[in-house]
Ligand binder design. Sequence first.
Ligand code: 5GP
Length: 120
Amino acid sequence: GIGPYDRENIFAKILRGDIPCRKVAENDVALAFHDIAPAAPVHVLVIPKGAYVSLADFSARATDTEIAGFTRLVGQVARDLGLDSEGYRVLSNMGENAGQEVPHFHVHLFGGRALGPMLA
Ligand code: 5GP
């Protein structure tokens, strides 16, 4: 695994307001902001406000309220950015094989162009 939650990870700092982000939307349990190095015309990250390392951790420990609110924010952001008709991709890197870099659970929302076939 990727270990216990590190309170100094970059997304923890964003949640505390210690470093800035370009916010897209938020609700009680989740925050959406633009990726600093976009890989598509739309590249938004959605993160829970709670301290979860990865999808494995979030799915095991988060409350139903957190899971519902997180999922709703992903869909809301895509809808608000006008992606529903053209489509988009949601992806989460979990752990070493996927190359997860930031140890705070996040999903990537990609859109704004044809994204090509899935990896692997
Ligand atoms: P991972 O590889 O962990 O799934 O993706 C981490 C993502 O976070 C990368 O797409 C990277 O560009 C993004 N990222 C890393 N540091 C920052 C930051 O300080 N601000 C923002 N907005 N995105 C970041």
